[in-house]
Design a protein around this ligand. Structure first.
Ligand SMILES: NC(=O)c1ccc[n+]([C@@H]2O[C@H](COP(=O)([O-])OP(=O)(O)OC[C@H]3O[C@@H](n4cnc5c(N)ncnc54)[C@H](OP(=O)(O)O)[C@@H]3O)[C@@H](O)[C@H]2O)c1
Length: 252
């Protein structure tokens, strides 16, 4: 990408594993400094492994995105460390499949907080920094095809939260342009531990059945989500704003 991210500062939430790790790694490979968070500490950040000078350009700190004060401190610390903030990838989230009536109301509340309220708070805090910079910034919210119009049985509160994220993306794009672009990437099947456990059910036969339903006949890898984020945040994606981009191999 010809140095488009050299010197840029990127936050990827939830990059201790899975999709976030792949996204953080791709931004780091393209020359950005990357700050990541999760509820549990990981040190050093796994996404920097094997990347020349990757360790100097990356941090991973604990921050629970269900608490605005933690988000506020985290972003403040990132700006103190790296001097600016150019990109926010709102990736942290997820939920197990459940029988909707058999889990507690508290479960549904927590799912909505983690997949809608937390990313909204992160976007609000990032906006405060980006709007003060001459070059503005770019935000990508990681959504799911569970937010689609067909509904998401067994992922009821999760699908509703992600549908909210798609809608919020449009609203923020309209409020925050031209300095800040906001987009959404709506994922189908991406191979992560979480996906293997909750979606594929730990069953290889089930994985094969799911793969056959996808026109590309394979699942995505986390780094490919990173490539899509790079494009959306680069000048090449500079006229894409308020969009929910479908990333599902043609499944839907
Ligand atoms: N994999 C897929 O097929 C797929 C499909 C559609 C959408 N998605 C979306 O892609 C994103 C990543 O999914 P994944 O498969 O990579 O899940 P994952 O493997 O469970 O990773 C989730 C990451 O988010 C962090 N996290 C979770 N809650 C957090 C919180 N409250 N505050 C801070 N960090 C938090 C986790 O670390 P801690 O647990 O230590 O906090 C972890 O680093 C999610 O938004 C998910 O909804 C994934």
């Amino acid at each position: 990408m010809a140095g488009e991210f050299e010197g840029k500062v990127v936050i990827v939430t939830g990059a201790s594993r899975g999709v976030g790790l792949g996204i953080a790694r791709r931004f780091l490979e393209e020359g950005a400094s990357v700050a990541s968070c999760s509820r549990r500490q990981v040190a050093p950040p796994a996404f920097a492994a094997g990347i020349p000078d990757g360790a100097e350009r990356s941090v991973h700190w604990v921050c629970d995105q269900r608490d605005f004060e933690q988000i506020d401190s985290f972003v403040t610390r990132v700006v103190e460390r790296f001097g600016r903030l150019d990109v926010l990838i709102n990736n942290a989230g997820g939920a197990p499949t459940t029988s909707t009536t058999e889990v507690s109301p508290r479960f549904h509340k927590a799912t909505i907080e983690n997949n809608l309220t937390g990313p909204m708070w992160f976007a609000l805090r990032a906006h405060r920094q980006m709007i003060a910079q001459e070059s503005g910034g770019s935000i990508v919210n990681i959504s799911s095809q569970a937010s689609g119009q067909g509904g998401s049985p067994t992922l009821v509160s999760y699908g509703a939260a992600k549908a909210g994220l798609n809608h919020l993306t449009k609203s923020l794009a309209k409020e925050w342009g031209p300095k800040i672009r906001v987009n959404c990437l709506s994922l189908g099947h991406v191979v992560t531990e979480m996906w293997r456990e909750y979606i594929a059910g730990g069953d290889p036969a089930n994985e094969e059945k799911l793969a056959r339903m996808i026109p590309l006949k394979r699942f995505a890898q986390p780094e490919e989500v990173g490539d899509a984020c790079l494009f959306l945040c680069s000048p090449r994606g500079g006229y894409i704003n308020g969009a929910t981009v479908v990333f599902d191999g043609g499944l839907t």
